[in-house]
Design a protein around this ligand. Structure first.
Ligand code: FES
Length: 579
């Protein structure tokens, strides 16, 4: 711990209120710690470090977390802290229905409350699989105790039939080949054995890698932590170091509110664009910034996108996987190449500035992490679109789209929801051509509900057989960070609340011009007003339970899909009384 930093006294620790006083309640707390087999000498006067573990058997991306939690504890003990592991909701991107996104705010609530109600001085947040990252952070920010985020790390490189493959991205690719009749049933089943080769989150620049990289850039992880593959020994060492460092932070009282600034969020967006990150990051960063008391309008993403080259040649926008990224120098190497685009004086949990943590970071492969004069794309990792079809914005990831489709106009084929899409998309009677624009309604936060990752609408099999691999597709849904294609997403307001997407009909001309940031429905205003007057709002789905809470409180995509009552209103939640 740097000597220059002020250090708390033991009686100034938050946990001292629970354990220190000579009274009945403290007796109860101490005796129950002893009930767990802990001697008073092992914890007295030490910071209590919560380790929030999002492990469960369904979250295969976190299969190594029980071991990592022990490694974090090792670091905590060695640094003179008292570790306490607390399981919190694991959000399995694959298994949770209707979508893990429905439960991001649930995890945020749980994180906030378990930190607030327990005798905790600081916390290590263990997450990785997509929504666990924003969920943990959104909750922890509201308690504002010192935190370190321990990223779960990407899976090892997958290989199949001699080719490098990646979870997510190559599933979509080979599913299209199967639809085109180019992949046998046996081959498809064999792919299933290889596509997810072990613990760790998806090894593309999907939402997990994007969000952990963003978290590192915000200054909330140890330097380089986000790029370390889950099964690399460096990942275990990083976990132990998280344990050591969080004890120092507890004494320093270094809180996220001292780290997260408008400039830190600009850095996060810059990193997101430079890595060709997931479109999901826009929703999560918007929500996270609001929790930090910072307004982050969609246009800020577009401003930063316009000045930031995509340098990470990682699937789905590029060719490689996260293990290659790590070997090539990882996020620190990449960020060092765009130092001039970053606010280098932003503080980090290391006690140093971002600029200091990047000093000396190298790149060892200029194909995987491109140079500034040879980017994957010169700008526009993610672009924000506006127009009469998306008054509150929509997003597209041009880096993962067919460049020829980025300026396109074509007639709409409209599907009223995911079920309608699945039932009819492959019906030759629809006579869809590659120039049509596929439109799906009811994919938004309320409509689906939960805004699932269904925005990479499938291409009709008969077009796949003709060799078509991309089309312009529109929805108010999200798209997996591992997905690709000319998919316009997050259209706001969503169709379920009567947004213009609800008014689109078969045959309407839709105009997309990504360079001009424009998404336009070429229908006269008078006709749109007529359609809107005839539109009726759907009946509410839920009358009780979490579904009702979600239905009543979730905000639109451009607002971050947080719950209104959880947003930061500037008030201070009182510390719980000890009675
Ligand atoms: Fe967990 Fe992709 S399924 S990160």
């Amino acid at each position: 711990m740097p000597d220059s930093l002020p250090r708390k006294k033991p009686e100034e620790l938050r946990s001292y209120r629970f354990f220190g006083p000579d009274d009945l309640r403290s007796f109860g707390h101490r005796s129950r710690i002893k009930q767990a087999g802990i001697n008073r000498s092992e914890m007295e006067g030490k910071p209590v470090i919560a380790i929030l573990n999002t492990w469960n058997d369904f979250v295969a991306c976190h299969a190594h977390f029980r071991q990592r939690a022990e490694e974090v504890k090792r670091g905590v003990w060695q640094a003179g802290g008292f570790p306490v592991e607390i399981p919190v909701m694991g959000l399995s991107e694959t298994f949770m229905k209707p979508t893990a996104m429905s439960y991001r705010n649930f995890l945020a609530m749980e994180t906030e409350e378990v930190l607030r109600c327990h005798p905790v001085d600081a916390a290590v947040l263990m997450g990785g699989c997509d929504k666990t990252v924003p969920g943990l952070l959104m909750g922890a920010l509201m308690v504002d105790l010192p935190i370190i985020f321990m990223p779960g790390g990407p899976m090892m490189r997958g290989t199949w039939q001699g080719e490098t493959i990646a979870s997510g991205s190559d599933v979509w690719k080979y599913w299209a080949e199967r639809g085109a009749g180019n992949l046998s049933c046996d081959a498809w089943h064999d792919l299933e054995d290889h596509i997810a080769p072990g613990p760790g989150h998806c090894m593309t620049m999907g939402t997990a890698s994007t969000m952990t990289s963003i978290t590192e850039t915000l200054g909330l992880t140890l330097p380089g932590a986000a790029s370390i593959p889950a099964m690399h020994a460096a990942h275990s060492r990083m976990a132990a170091r998280c344990g050591e460092r969080i004890v120092e932070m507890a004494w320093e009282d270094l809180k996220p509110s001292e780290i997260l600034s408008r400039e830190a969020f600009d850095n996060a967006i810059t990193a997101d664009m430079a890595i060709g990150g997931s479109t999901n990051a826009i929703v999560h960063l918007t929500a996270l910034a609001k929790r930090a008391g910072i307004d982050l309008p969609l246009d800020r993403f577009d401003e930063i996108s316009a000045r930031t080259p995509v340098l990470a040649n990682i699937k789905p926008a590029g060719e490689h996987v996260m293990a290659d990224f790590f070997d090539a120098g990882g996020l620190p190497g990449l960020l060092n190449r765009i130092r001039d685009l970053l606010h280098l004086d932003c503080p980090t949990i290391s006690g140093t500035t971002l600029g200091e943590t990047l000093e000396g970071a190298q790149v060892f492969n200029d194909d995987i992490i491109r140079t500034r004069d040879n980017p994957v794309t010169a700008q526009g990792g993610t672009v924000v679109l506006r127009g009469n079809l998306a008054p509150d914005g929509a997003v597209i990831k041009p880096a993962a789209a067919d460049p020829e489709l980025l300026t396109h106009s074509g007639p709409a084929i409209v599907f009223t929801d995911q079920t309608d899409l699945q039932n009819r998309i492959h019906d030759p009677a629809l006579a869809i051509t590659k120039n049509h624009v596929l439109v799906m309604q009811s994919g938004g936060p309320l409509g689906a509900p939960g805004m699932p990752e269904s925005g990479m609408l499938p291409i009709p099999n008969y077009l796949l057989e003709q060799g078509v691999r991309d089309m312009v597709r529109l929805s108010d849904a999200r798209m997996s960070g591992t997905s690709y294609g000319t998919c316009v997403l997050h259209i706001a307001p969503e169709s379920h609340v009567g947004g213009p997407l609800a008014l689109v009909q078969d045959g309407d001309l839709i105009e997309l011009d990504v360079a001009a940031r424009r998404l336009h429905l070429a229908v006269e205003d008078t006709e749109l007003h007529r359609r809107h007057a005839a539109w009726t709002a759907p009946e509410p789905r839920h009358s009780r339970g979490y579904g009702k809470l979600f239905q009543d409180e979730v905000t639109q995509a451009n607002e971050g899909c947080d719950f209104k009552f959880l947003e930061n209103d500037g008030s201070t939640t009182p510390e719980p009384g000890i009675h």
